[in-house]
Design a protein. Sequence first.
Length: 437
Amino acid sequence: MRVDNYKVMHWLNTRKMTTGQIAAAIDMDLAQLEKLMSSDEWPDEIADALARALQITAEQLVASGRSDLTVLIRAAQELRDTRRPIQRDGIHFYNYYTMAAPQGAVAPVILDILCPADRVPALNNGHLEPAITINLGPGDIHGRWGEELGEATWQVIKSNADADDWIVGDSYVEPSYCPHSYSLATDVPARIVSYTGQSALAGLMEDVNDWSDPAAEAMLGWLDESLTPQKVATLLLARRGHTTESAAASLGVHQDDLIAAIDKGSVELLRKLGTTLGFDYRLLIRPAARHDKVGKTFQDIDECRRETRNFQGYQVTSMASAPHLPDLTGLFMLVTGDTGADLCEPAESHYLVTAGSPTLHWTGADGQDEHAALEVDASAWVAPFVTHRWSGDGAVIKLGSGRHLGYLDLYELTNTYAAVSTLRRGRRDNRGWGYDS
């Protein structure tokens, strides 16, 4: 089994066990165990015994396979070789293709839209991951997002055949579990690229799946489709043995003034409340919303044109985005010559070449410069904080989600005492918790 020894050390620290104690627990010589912990290949039976002794599963010790990965390239033909035909509603409905990504990671997919224009496309059931979708053309398509067809549930997603066709088409973002489907709008063929980005709710959903039915129903009843600042405040205060009345008394204000501050998002008093009682006051600020009645947010070609700008030597414009899906991002990028400066993104990036033959340059794990010339339909995955740039002549689509740094990571880091020191210590930490001789 390929084991991540930093995970082994983490679990030893978590369980407060020394290497000597764990060696005895799995009936192994300490020197032999320490030698094994300098390797990343463990015999399956020893890894299983270690996991049992640590009261975890062996999978929790497995190496991710991403160590020192910087960039992955999938050539155009390699992408085409991933083709999977999909039958739905009695017809050949889609062809799917998968863009570059590490093994086990979420990757954007390209779909040939094959449902004909004279047919209303059958809906799917949606999925947990929110998605950003872009029409690659050359034709227009119909999007469907509900059983009843109306303004929000039946819409044309246009492609761009004008001179600025590096902005390839309309785009939109959709929330979790939004049913959706597509058909051609004319007899002109069309494709889309769809990126089901990482859901910030994935960890919670994994836990909730293990809860008892009464516990899950209690949580859902508490939410009741409306997580207002007052409801969040009640939860945060109750966990600390407070009511709004006692919390107001601890601040020296009247209860009605505290309730009004929560309703209005009065930052000064809420910050004082959070500081005094030990929680993040930002949870009591109402989030912004910008979406239609089925939860999707649209960006058409004309809006993109109005927002075209120069960024680091590239011509760029933003795809659809929404404040309730802050990790899901997309850019159209025009690459011209060697004017593009270095990029260094806080989260992983996915690129798809849509025109020309641009060259991707990046800094490898050994610090050396690397590059690859790409053609239309080639794709690339770039790891977080890997310095890279584009040269040559062409156009690319850039997509990103929340792996890593996502907005929840940033939220946590802004609350972390000595954040840089904490991350520096935690990265590839192989130090025990201080009780090994």
